[in-house]
Ligand binder design. Structure first.
Ligand SMILES: Cc1cc2nc3c(=O)[nH]c(=O)nc-3n(C[C@H](O)[C@H](O)[C@H](O)COP(=O)(O)OP(=O)(O)OC[C@H]3O[C@@H](n4cnc5c(N)ncnc54)[C@H](O)[C@@H]3O)c2cc1C
Length: 431
């Protein structure tokens, strides 16, 4: 591993994430009311960061749910390697730190009057608004796949909408010799490596508990994140279990039939599963679309240097809801964007220029409990574009570059780094 990559991984996994945050001229920060919608990776990180670094800001976090279950490590719950309680967090500590936490659904944003309306009719005024509401699923984009169908063919992609335990239960009830079918959308979508980590962890469970079973993964695209590493690992750890088909190999699923537990591909092949996991196409969450932040793509364009909305002034948008390529839709990216947005807001309230924008991302994936791989990226923004810093980051080395002993150590180490990253980021959000 190069020194630069090792240093980036150390930042990602071992250091308090605040150290990876933008440098701040704290004394120059202004005062004001900051309202944050969404207490997930972007919103909770932003709230904590604002509280810790900008005491003059009055911070209100509005989140509809009383607890937050993370998507990261959900695939380990699916494989029976973690329990759901270990990835579920409350907001008590954020509140104890001085964040005003309101558990309500935001139903409307009035950008002209600078206030948001809650489901109980209350109105909350703001000077600056941050929105990190995550994603919605595009029901109907795959014919026959609606909310009712998802009870039989779970997505397991938004924990507050559908706990991963539903898919886990179906997997446990699946007979040995059954087929686990997964459908994967085209880009962009939440967590580019997520489906492939899921394939891996389901394979890990099947190999242990139902060794005659198989996985068929039908993908709407021809390539995916960390593909060579996943493919190497599948051949090494799960030979004969996983069949992955891309778009050119008729992998795009057009319709589903939940009663028959079948999915149908573009060219009419019907594939039956004992368990069918449909990850449908996605878009920015409804409140962002209703507030006029999304464009025709269904995602929210932002000014890359600040993450202020490109559509509505005075609203900062973070995380999966945004168009922020080449940054992926990841929790780490949302957190990094959240800290920068808060620094920009503090600067704007003080009448100053925003600080320079540098963002970090590391996406770890488990291929087995003690086998991790990762991709690292550092990004800079100009007024018009986000770009990956040339030569920064990189991905884990491929199998062929190491002896088997060295490879085992390396993959084990990355699985440990992943644990460190998870503890660090969730502690920063909820600790
Ligand atoms: C299987 C899987 C594995 C993943 N693994 C990783 C990983 O290893 N590393 C990583 O970095 N990322 C990972 N991700 C991606 C990560 O979960 C997302 O990128 C991250 O959650 C995005 O953060 P966010 O703040 O945009 O949205 P979220 O974290 O989804 O937060 C949005 C919050 O807004 C709330 N909300 C929405 N609308 C309203 C409203 N109107 N009123 C009040 N509250 C509202 C929601 O209840 C929710 O709590 C994974 C995702 C999946 C599916």
């Amino acid at each position: 591993m190069s020194l630069q990559r090792r240093a980036l991984l150390a930042i990602a996994s071992n250091l308090p994430l605040g150290l990876a945050a933008p440098r701040l001229a704290r004394a120059q920060a202004g005062a004001g009311r900051v309202v944050i919608i969404g207490g997930g990776f972007g919103g909770a990180s932003a709230a904590r960061f604002a509280r810790d670094h900008f005491p003059a800001l009055e911070v209100t976090l509005i989140e509809r749910n009383r607890t937050f279950t993370t998507c990261p490590y959900g695939n380990l719950v699916l494989a029976g390697r973690r329990d759901i309680a270990s990835i579920t967090f409350g907001y008590g500590r954020l509140a104890a730190r001085g964040v005003r936490v309101v558990h309500q659904d935001v139903v409307a944003v009035d950008a002209a009057a600078k206030r948001v309306r809650l489901a109980d009719g209350a109105e909350v005024p703001y000077d600056r608004l941050v929105m990190s509401p995550g994603i919605d699923l595009r029901w109907g984009a795959i014919e026959g796949y609606d909310e009712a169908a998802s009870a039989r063919m779970p997505h397991g992609w938004i924990p507050s909408l559908q706990p991963i335990t539903l898919l886990r239960r179906q997997l446990e009830e699946m007979p040995d010799g059954g087929t686990f079918v997964m459908t994967i959308p085209g880009n962009p979508f939440r967590c580019p490596p997520g489906p492939y980590e899921r394939i891996s962890m389901v394979a890990e469970y099947l190999k242990r508990a139902k060794p005659r079973s198989r996985i068929i993964a039908l993908d709407a695209k021809d390539g995916f994140s960390k593909q060579p590493l996943f493919v190497d690992a599948w051949a090494e750890l799960y030979p004969g279990i996983i069949q992955w088909r891309g778009a050119s190999n008729d992998g795009r699923v057009m319709r589903v039939d939940p009663a028959a537990m079948e999915v149908e591909t573009e060219f009419g092949e019907k594939v039956k599963g004992s368990v069918v996991n449909v990850i449908p196409p996605q878009m920015a969450a409804r409140i962002a679309r209703d507030a006029g932040l999304a464009d025709r793509s269904g995602w929210c364009p932002v000014k890359p240097a600040t993450f202020e909305s490109a559509q509505v002034e005075g609203i900062w948008v973070l995380g999966d809801a945004t168009i922020a390529a080449p940054m992926p839709k990841s929790g780490f990216a949302a957190s990094s964007q959240g800290k920068h947005a808060i620094a920009c807001i503090a600067a704007s309230l003080a009448g100053r220029a925003p600080p320079p924008a540098t963002f970090f991302n590391t996406c770890y994936s488990h291929v087995a409990p003690d086998y991790g791989i990762s991709v690292v990226g550092v990004y800079r923004a100009s007024t018009t574009a986000l770009t990956e810093v040339e030569g920064s980051g990189g991905i884990s080395p491929r199998n062929a570059t190491m002896t088997s002993e060295r490879r085992a150590q390396h993959r084990q180490l990355e699985a440990l780094y992943a644990d460190g990253w998870y503890e660090s980021i969730t502690n920063e959000m909820f600790g």
